[in-house]
Design a binder for this molecule. Structure first.
Ligand SMILES: Nc1nc2c(ncn2[C@@H]2O[C@H](COP(=O)(O)OP(=O)(O)OP(=O)(O)O)[C@@H](O)[C@H]2O)c(=O)[nH]1
Ligand SMILES: [Mg+2]
Length: 450
């Protein structure tokens, strides 16, 4: 079965290539409905979305854009809205209480959040209000300790609200500006948990009570979100395990059903693996266009001078450029993450991804020892040239051969990129998407879904 992204893409593609008559609009809407429902978005939200699309498909667009552009752009916008828009997480949240069922990722996320705010200049503290699972105290205190974050917990006290009361006093005494409270999860939201979570919430009086949901939870996420919301008033959502194969359809449906924005997504087990959530970004990612926005930002953040940029597009990819790109890509972060954002991860040679700092340095020495003509056209590297370069740089001939091999691999990828000319991009709908994402940002017209 194809993924949510592929289905949405197919539906949008149909819209893009159609004549926008009544039949195609109806069929596209059906495609969208099927895609969303199969991904656990609730039927009522899907129906609201469909109704809006059908309405605006026959409306006269404002001057300057044609009807097709208008419908596509509005549909994207509705999808973005359905996914909760692009909310900005609070800068100085004071207190955050995390709730959620067992194993959803609360404790890990509590530590990630504390780390996130600490990195942004807040003195943060972690408070363990999980008196249910014996190992919870150790888990959170170790994470806190490893990252220099203040921690409070009481190992032998089973009265969670009391621990919270003591912890808030203690952490505030230590000057913590942001306190993240981790609560206990149970296998289901039973009466005990409800009573406890209410008592904790009453004690913390947090401005932010966030529900933690695993991306893999499916439609059950919605029911839970509603129960937690009724008990303690959830006003934000964090979706964890977005690095797995599940795309969080259920979690997104949950966020729509309690009208709470998704502030963050967890993308791994490490502290750094927390990203702020943006529906435009998420949508482009699941639809297989790669994370265009994220990539643009990253591309801008590295220095690529004009001749280098021209060389990249013309396919004049030589060793000088290879080396500078390799260095630049390392500055941008792990190459594979960058490539993944472009939807290219599968095509990159694993040896290249694994190139470490040492190897990169070695490549630098080798390239330095080459004649300008050799750098410009590595094809001319005969065995005698290889031996000379190896000797000149004090490295082994095998290293030269490896460099050449990796260069060749990379060149193939660059070629794929530069051969993606306008017609191909048009075919793949990339340009259309880019255009739409641009206009999305320009016109932030809101369509309320309820
Ligand atoms: N891959 C991945 N794993 C995650 C992520 N967030 C949490 N985990 C893992 O999910 C598992 C459960 O995480 P916890 O943080 O212990 O979950 P919890 O909600 O505190 O669990 P209880 O306290 O038992 O209710 C752990 O193995 C985490 O490492 C994520 O974003 N990505
Ligand atoms: Mg926990």
């Amino acid at each position: 079965m194809s993924s949510l992204g592929e289905k949405l893409r197919t539906a949008m593609e149909r819209l893009r290539t159609s004549s926008l008559d009544q039949t195609t609009i109806k069929e596209t809407v059906k495609d969208l409905q099927r895609a969303l429902i199969a991904s656990d978005v609730s039927v009522s939200h899907v129906l609201q979305l469909s109704k809006k699309i059908e309405e605006l498909a026959f409306r006269e667009p404002s001057a300057g854009i044609n009807r097709k552009e208008f419908v596509i752009q509005q549909t994207y916008e509705l999808l973005v809205e359905l996914l909760g828009g692009n909310p900005k997480p609070p800068q100085k949240p004071d207190k955050i209480l995390l709730v959620g069922i067992q194993g959803s990722g609360k404790t890990t996320t509590a530590a990630k959040l504390a780390y996130y705010y600490q990195k942004r200049g807040q003195k943060t503290g972690l408070l363990c209000a999980d008196a249910f699972r014996p190992a919870a105290f150790e888990q959170l205190s170790q994470l806190a300790k490893a990252h220099g974050i203040a921690f409070y917990g009481e190992k032998n006290n089973s009265n969670a609200p009391e621990i919270v009361q003591n912890g808030l006093i203690e952490l505030e005494k230590q000057g913590c500006q942001t306190i993240v409270v981790d609560s206990a999860g149970r296998s289901a939201l039973d009466a005990d948990l409800v009573a406890e979570i209410k008592a904790i919430s009453g004690m913390v009086k947090a401005a932010y009570t966030w529900l933690v949901i695993g991306a893999d939870m499916g439609q059950i996420a919605k029911v839970q979100a509603q129960s937690f919301h009724e008990s303690v008033g959830v006003n934000g959502i964090i979706i964890t395990r977005m690095d797995g194969s599940a795309k969080g359809g259920g979690a997104l449906s949950a966020c729509a059903s309690i009208e709470s924005p998704v502030y963050f997504i967890g993308t791994g087990e490490k502290m750094q693996d927390l990203e702020s959530f943006e529906a435009t970004r998420y949508l482009s990612r699941i639809m297989g266009y790669g994370d265009l926005q994220g990539l643009m930002e990253k591309i801008h953040s590295i220095e690529l001078n004009e001749s280098q940029a021209a060389a990249l597009t013309e396919g004049n990819f030589d060793l000088n450029l290879f080396y500078s790109q390799l260095k630049a890509t390392r500055q941008m972060g792990p190459l594979n993450k960058v490539m993944e954002m472009m939807g290219l991860s599968a095509k990159l040679p694993p040896e290249l991804l694994a190139s470490g700092e040492e190897k990169l340095k070695g490549f630098g020495y080798l390239i330095d020892s080459m004649a300008p003509a050799e750098r410009a056209d590595p094809e001319i590297m005969s065995s005698s040239r290889i031996d000379r370069v190896a000797k000149g740089s004090g490295r082994k001939p095998e290293e030269v051969r490896e460099l050449l091999k990796q260069f060749k691999n990379m060149k193939k990828i660059v070629k794929q990129f530069s051969s993606m000319d306008e017609s191909k991009m048009e075919k793949e709908g990339m340009q259309g998407l880019l255009k739409n994402m641009g206009s999305l940002q320009r016109k932030r017209k809101k369509f309320k879904l309820r």
